[in-house]
Write a protein that binds this ligand. Sequence first.
Ligand SMILES: [Mg+2]
Length: 149
Amino acid sequence: MILFLDFDGVLHPEGEDHVLNGSADFCFLPRLEALLRQFPFVKIVISSSWREHLLNKTLLKPFSSDIRTRIVGVIPPSGFGLQPPYRNREREILAWLQLHDAVDEPWVALDDAYWQFDHCKDRLVLCGSFVGFDDKASAELRARFEGAS
Ligand SMILES: [Mg+2]
């Protein structure tokens, strides 16, 4: 099972308001990591656009060391992979699966950008952009992991 993980709007609320509200970057990461520890068979691939401008080492920094070892890559650059009608993020995810000989692997995307998914929207666990990884998203992700175990 592979989790394609977005950052903005997932691990923290999107936008600048959240700083005013007192929530910081990666404020929901502990909640996600606690869930992931219950499902050790889940591997993580980073799908956040942060991958485009940060080195892998920097991308991994916010994660706890036990979770960091389960991060197996980042999806290819924006625009890579299948052509439309696939949406950008789903096609980059599918490209990663192809490149890693993992097209038969079960996967789920945790993301707030529903418009980036069309053909694969059944794989999406959606977070509200200005809410992030809340109890509802956590319960849904848990159900996906349980379904794959
Ligand atoms: Mg996002």
